[in-house]
Design a protein around this ligand. Sequence first.
Ligand code: UDH
Ligand code: NGS
Length: 406
Amino acid sequence: MVNIGFVRRILNQSQMMLFFITLCVTVVILAHMYLQSHNRPKPLSDTVIFKKTSVLAMEHISSAPERLKDLIAKSAPKKNRSALPLCPEQPSHLVGKMNIKPTVTLEEVTKENNLKNISFGGRYSPQNCNGRERTAIIIPYRDRKEHLEICVRHLHAVLQRQELEYGIYVVEMALPTQFNRGLLANAGVRTVREIYDYTCFIIHDVDMLMTDDRNLYRCGNQPVHFLTLSTKHGNNSISYADYYGAVVGFTSEQYQKCNGFSNLYFGWGGEDDDLGIRVQSAGMKFIRPKKEIGMYVALLHDGDVSNQRNPNRYVLLSQAKSRWMEEGVETVQFQRLALEYRKLYTWILIRVKEESIVRRYQQYLEDMTSRVPTILLSNVLPIEIVVAFSVNLLFTYVMMDIEQLY
Ligand code: UDH
Ligand code: NGS
């Protein structure tokens, strides 16, 4: 037991009060730090958990944590394709301009496209030739179910006409964290790299539909920005020359060379501009298709509650040049909660901890004067504040009681 009489002999009443209050605050802070260090995301390969739900190819999914590579080895298509020729440079079944409107419905897209020969998880290989590349379409996603169904169906139809070997991967971020498009792209790349030896990664918004299938989803000798116009940006030009949003494509080497996206943009805006700076800093340059074939239809949607404008995006952007090598696809931290092979795509659910991610780059965030209150608040949970206040009140009360005994 603490000898209060001894403490009382060396401290007066107000000093004692102060002593106990500081003691309480210290205990709470230490407890918080302890909990944080124990919640830190573990290395990628240790966190694969397969969730049992009714999905296609259920028999391939184990409920026990299992190495993704072992699982894929068991489920990979066995067909010998080595005798097939390489697909032609110019695919012969393209239709060119398609008549799609921003108001297109799921029924219309489904009726228009009779999808065949898609393997579980949304993978496809041309029937009579070998694709020139192995392409992973990665869709950062949250809460846009109708758009997802439309987008995926449209993509399958177009990519099959383009004679690509591809897989579609939908990467979703569990709530309550603010949406982070760049981090989802990085998590997607890290995951699909384990699934198959993809040579080309295309990061694709869920609400963007290409309107001309001559816009081939192939990677080039430079990163590709596939969008030259969109219904969102008007008929004549995109927002600004250095706009690299919506749909971009990288070879595996190019993505590694610029270290992918930044992981630090939580909320809306800036991550695509940051990507542009990374590409340039890594000595590369985005290329675009011809203006007339790079037109996209943007599906209509309301603002998202969990993707508010990021107030720190300009500060982060101003540091992009000095930060790009330090954080990106190679350092992304996330926990994979589920991976399901669905009929038309593979669904990957991840969880991230905003505070532990940004804390690792504190030296950059220290410049963010506007963000300081948010950082402080996000590091101390409301429950901890309540506990600290209650404990302090209790001690004050007890001390006043003890004081009255003397
Ligand atoms: N996305 C989701 N769910 C979300 C937010 C974003 O799936 O809640 C994905 C989706 O792939 C989308 C992409 O991230 O296509 C880009 O997000 P967006 O469509 O919201 O971006 P856009 O530039 O936003 O189209 C325009 C609205 C800006 C409002 C900003 C304040 N909320
Ligand atoms: C810029 C954003 C980009 C965004 C672009 C187009 O202002 O992230 O608008 O938006 N950059 C910053 O906020 C720093 S759009 O017209 O598509 O809504 O992609």
